[in-house]
Design a protein around this ligand. Structure first.
Ligand code: NAD
Ligand code: WQD
Length: 354
């Protein structure tokens, strides 16, 4: 058994897939989640998929006493910190809720980590920290700026991590900047389960395909892109999950290289890394790929541009490849196939009552 890892927010969409990848890679994991945006059924299904009960603690990252109980019962190598809120529109309506969850929650977690001398962290950042990019593909040195409270909360946490790394070189902090995660586990047992009407493109398309929603609105068709619709770097969630394992392997290698029997510590400091495929796909291209895979018609209409949207966004994935030896493998067809399998087997997500 490899090192023990605390996974905050591990019941959610990306966290649940990452728990499986961590288990497959031999890690011992403890999941900590307040279930504010996830379901116990996801824990049951991950347990079924890994063939053993997942260690789960219900708790909030803003609750220092609860976190201290967890850290005093387990010896962690590090933390993968997914816990947070992620809806851009809701963050505009409820900024304090977002800063409280995403920023205060992370500060509380870091304070408890410091107290227990656990200094290795992988943080869920986002391509949203790049705002409207000046050049494409976006690399890790590209300028950062955000226009909504959700994005600001991610950028603020990145600034906090940078300051922390400067203040004390025993911290090893990797913000992974995800591009557009989509897809589901190939088993069809776990996937993305949005509350209410989805805000994001892939779950919207799949709910139209399954007949839950009537028609997709495509926000803008006059962007300077291949077909006038927005272009994004969609990445399969299982590739993304493996990116976390690669980042963890990197942290382990850097922090304990054995040289003639002694353990040498190399500080990683603050090390942001993009997780994307490096390829852009337009909204219309994704609709067409999904329709081909599902053999369903996806009715759509063109609508006004959505406020805050940008024309194109895709990653330079070179740093992840060179440093972590990680590369996304799965195609847009794989992403559509796995989303469709999940959506058609579970038309109401984890909730049979919905
Ligand atoms: P998700 O909502 O499915 O998962 C987040 C999990 O965190 C949920 O299970 C939720 O219950 C839990 N949580 C929220 N606040 C908490 C708190 N205060 N204490 C404990 N648990 C809490 O979201 P996801 O799509 O899996 O995203 C995971 C992380 O990745 C988030 O931080 C998100 O901002 C970031 N991210 C997501 C995307 C995306 O498109 N899905 C893109 C970039 C970054
Ligand atoms: C993709 C494209 C839309 C819905 C968001 C967050 C970002 C990150 C990932 C967390 C755009 C178009 C969408 C619809 C459409 N999350 N679209 N009709 O906006 O790139 O990124 O999720 O960190 O922070 O902002 O993703 O899936 O919402 O949109 O035409 O019903 O699809 O205009 O061009 P986005 P998305």
């Amino acid at each position: 058994m490899k090192n023990k890892i605390l996974v905050t927010g591990g019941v959610g969409y990306i966290g649940s897939h990452t728990c499986i990848a961590l288990h497959e890679a031999g890690y011992d994991i403890v999941v900590y989640d307040n279930l504010s945006n996830s379901s116990r059924e996801a824990i049951n299904r991950v347990s079924t998929l890994i063939g053993q009960s997942i260690k789960f603690i219900e708790g909030d990252v803003r609750d220092a006493e609860s976190l201290k109980r967890v850290f005093s019962s387990h010896q962690f190598f590090g933390v993968i910190h997914f816990a947070g809120l992620k809806a851009v529109g809701e963050s505009v309506a409820k900024p304090l809720l977002y800063y409280n969850n995403n920023v205060s929650g992370t500060i509380t977690l870091l304070e408890v980590m410091a107290e227990y001398d656990v200094k290795n962290l992988i943080f869920s950042s986002s391509a949203t920290v790049y705002g409207d990019p000046e050049t494409l593909p976006i690399n890790e040195k590209s300028k950062r700026s955000c226009t909504n409270p959700y994005g600001q909360s991610k950028l603020t946490v990145e600034h906090i991590l940078e300051d922390l790394a400067v203040s004390d070189d025993s911290w090893n902090l990797i913000p992974l900047r995800y591009f557009n995660p989509v897809g589901a586990h190939p088993s069809g047992k776990i996937g993305e389960d949005p509350n209410d009407i989805p805000n994001n493109l892939m779950p919207y398309i799949s709910q139209v395909a399954v007949g839950k929603l009537e028609k997709l609105s495509i926000f803008g068709h006059d962007y300077p892109t291949i077909d006038g619709t927005g272009v994004r770097d969609f990445i399969h969630v299982t590739d993304l999950a493996k990116g976390h394992v690669a980042a963890l392997n990197y942290l382990e290698k850097q922090t304990s290289s054995n040289e003639s029997g002694t353990t040498k510590q190399n500080s990683v400091g603050f090390l942001p890394i993009n997780l994307g495929t490096g390829k852009g796909t337009s909204v219309l291209e994704l609709v067409s790929a999904f329709s081909d895979v599902s053999k369903q018609d996806i009715p759509y209409q063109f609508a006004e541009r959505r406020a805050g949207d940008i024309a194109s966004c895709y990653a330079s994935a070179d740093k992840a490849k060179n440093l972590l030896g990680w590369q996304a493998k799965l195609s847009i067809t794989d992403m559509c196939q796995d989303t469709w399998r999940w959506q058609s087997i579970n038309p109401n997500g984890y909730d049979i009552e919905k």
